[in-house]
Structures are given as structure tokens and as C-alpha cells.
Design a protein around this ligand. Structure first.
Ligand code: NAD
Length: 260
């Protein structure tokens, strides 16, 4: 089945992995609802680049910590584009600190943005997907949804949580032609990771080069960062017919990290 003229809502798609997914889906003829923060001019530039691929692209600025804004984003998507066929829960932030020094507001923000926002998007989108009898929910989790690293208590907790949400919702909608899966990338060089390099260097008292070689790529057996395009291609696969009977599970793209 072609994805042409389907509609995808991608949270956190003004940057990094989410933006890459938006471009890749647009190349398959999918209309896009873009979301995330950033400079208004830059966002408008991304929006028009996506529309140049021959699809519609609307932007909604919903803050993923605000359930009422998430509800309004889903309503706007349906009002303006008629449907939501594919939901990609991608928005995420990171903070690196020992647990006993972890700022409470950072913990709350990471749990809200990286985990609870997916509950809010899913609960707003599912009734519509059930009614139309088709849907794809794809949660961008992480290798940190499967294994831990020190100093990332909130992130690892949120990503493990999203894996549980994936399995639970998958079972609830399994007979409705709606699949729910996660993708678990290792390190992808995006603005989120660029920020972590400096933070981790500070937390561990090592150089930024040591963070890349001895911390980030240490467990990645291939010694290569995952690319945004590799993650985006998995989203397309999960939307396709070959993945129709795949639900409640995850795809790892982590250079061998979680094989160890
Ligand atoms: P990024 O910083 O480039 O992009 C994050 C996006 O989320 C941006 O569009 C940002 O504006 C948006 N965002 C942040 N807070 C928001 C909020 N309150 N409301 C709405 N949008 C908000 O990061 P990225 O590396 O592309 O990460 C995207 C996802 O991939 C995250 O969930 C991250 O945990 C996950 N991930 C990233 C990596 C990696 O190595 N980069 C690895 C595994 C998983």
C-alpha cells in the first residue's frame, strides 16, 4: 500500500531526527504536521522545504509538557489535513547529572516531554485511527529504553517507560489495524547529542573528545554514529505492509551497543 496522501504528525520535528523523518515521509507523499521549538524563520524555512516535496506541511507549536496544547495540535491536524494516519512521538530532551544532584525541574521536564507527551498524543489520536481502521504509532525511544548509562536517570526512566507504553497500547489496538512500535537508536549526531558532549565532559571531568570516543562510541561496536537517514528509513518500513504484523516491539539501530 502506498503512503501517498497519508498524514503524519511528528512531535519535535523542527530539528534532528524528527526533521529527518518529516523529510523522508514527505518524499513518500505523506502530508506532515511539524512540531517543536526554534527560531520562527528557520521553522518556516523547514516547512517550505518540506512542501517543496509536493505535500502539505503545517506547523503547530504545541509544548509537549502541556496536555491542552497537545490536544489542540491533534485537533488542528484533523481540521486542516483531514486525518492523522501516522503518529511519531519523537520530541525529547536530555540532561546529564548524578541522580542525587539531578535538578527536580529537569527530571519533571524529561518525564513530561520524553514520556508523558506520548500518552497525550496517543490518547488524542487513537479514537480517530480506530474509526478509520488504520494507523501507525512509532515511538522514538533509544538504546536507553533497553539499557542504562550512569548520570541519565530521568532519560533512561522515560525511555524505559515509553517501551512499556508501546507494548501496552499495541495490545489494546492489535485487532484494529493499528500497530505501535518503538525505534531504539544508539548515538545519532544531532543538536541533542552535541549538547550532551559538553555536559558529559563536565560531569565526568574529561575532554569532549574522550566523551565521543570513550563514552558515546565505546559501546557502539561499529564505532560509527547512527545517521538520521537510517532512523527515518525505519519509520518508513514500520509504516509499510511488510510491518503490518509487527506490533508492540522495537527495532534497534545502535551499532551493536545492546548486543553486549
Ligand atoms: P533534537 O534536540 O535535535 O530535537 C529535539 C526536538 O524536540 C526539537 O524539535 C525540539 O524543538 C523538540 N522539543 C524539545 N522540547 C519540546 C517541547 N517541550 N515541546 C515540543 N517539542 C519539543 O534531538 P534529537 O537527537 O533529534 O532527538 C529526537 C528524539 O530521538 C528524542 O526523543 C531523543 O531522545 C531520541 N534519540 C536521540 C538519539 C541521539 O543520539 N540523538 C539517540 C536515541 C534516541
Amino acid at each position: 500500500m502506498s503512503l501517498k496522501n497519508k498524514v503524519a504528525l511528528i512531535t519535535g520535528s523542527t530539528s534532528g531526527i524528527g526533521l529527518g523523518i518529516a523529510h523522508r515521509l514527505a518524499e513518500s507523499g505523506v502530508h506532515i504536521v511539524m512540531n517543536g521549538f526554534g527560531d520562527a524563520e528557520a521553522i518556516e524555512g523547514h516547512r517550505s522545504d518540506i512542501e517543496a516535496k509536493g505535500v502539505r506541511c503545517i506547523y503547530h507549536a504545541a509544548d509537549m509538557t502541556k496536555p491542552e496544547e497537545i490536544q489542540d495540535m491533534v485537533k488542528t491536524a484533523k481540521d486542516e489535513l483531514g486525518q492523522v494516519d501516522v503518529l511519531v512521538n519523537n520530541a525529547g530532551i536530555q540532561h546529564v547529572a548524578p541522580v542525587d544532584e539531578f535538578p527536580i525541574e529537569k527530571w519533571d521536564a524529561i518525564i513530561a516531554i520524553n514520556m508523558s507527551s506520548a500518552f497525550h498524543t496517543i490518547r488524542n489520536v487513537l479514537p480517530h485511527m480506530k474509526q478509520q481502521g488504520w494507523g501507525r504509532v512509532i515511538n522514538i525511544a533509544s538504546a536507553h529504553g533497553l539499557v542504562a548509562s550512569p548520570y541519565k536517570s530521568a532519560y533512561v526512566t522515560a525511555k524505559h517507560g515509553i517501551m512499556g507504553l508501546t507494548k501496552t497500547v499495541a495490545l489494546e489496538v492489535a485487532e484494529k489495524n493499528i500497530t505501535v512500535n518503538s525505534i531504539c537508536p544508539g548515538y545519532v549526531k544531532t543538536p541533542l547529542v552535541e549538547g550532551q558532549i559538553a555536559d558529559t565532559a563536565r560531569s565526568r571531568g574529561i575532554t569532549e573528545e574522550q566523551v565521543v570516543n570513550d563514552v558515546m562510541l565505546k559501546a557502539q561496536a561499529t564505532k560509527k554514529f547512527v545517521t538520521i537517514e537510517q532512523v527515518a528509513e525505519m519509520v518508513v518500513f514500520l509504516c509499510g505492509d511488510a510491518a503490518e504484523n509487527m506490533t508492540g516491539t522495537h527495532l534497534s539501530v545502535d551499532g551493536g551497543w545492546t548486543a553486549q
